[in-house]
Design a protein around this ligand. Structure first.
Ligand code: FES
Length: 111
């Protein structure tokens, strides 16, 4: 199990969810009611599943592929620790993972 913590863009809302090994982060987020669209259902063609991984947890994740990096370049408000949640498979080695859900308004102020 991985304890996943979702934090809203404004930092005000926090939700903890237990996810089994092998789960895809996008599915975990959607099942928990987080506002990630995931329009292309994991085909790496949309970037609406973009999340910002807590810097402390970023190193636990396998590196993004070049294709994922290219798609992240198009994501609004992407940061150095941005990932596509449809590409993150949770493993037993990851005990906890905190991610921030980017704001949906595409308001770039302060990012
Ligand atoms: Fe479209 Fe992840 S769901 S890139």
């Amino acid at each position: 199990m991985t304890k996943v913590t979702f934090i809203s863009a404004d930092g005000k809302k926090r939700q903890d969810v237990d996810a089994p090994a092998g789960a895809i982060l996008l599915d975990v987020a959607q099942n928990a009611g987080q506002p990630l669209e995931g329009t292309c259902e994991g085909q790496m063609a949309c970037s609406t599943c973009h999340v910002i991984v807590c810097a402390d947890d970023f190193g636990q994740l396998p590196r993004a592929t070049d294709a994922e990096e290219d798609m992240l370049d198009l994501a609004a408000a992407a940061t150095r620790t941005s990932r596509l949640s449809c590409q993150i498979v949770l493993s037993a080695a990851i005990q906890s993972l905190t991610v921030y859900i980017p704001s949906q308004s595409h308001d770039m102020r302060g990012m």
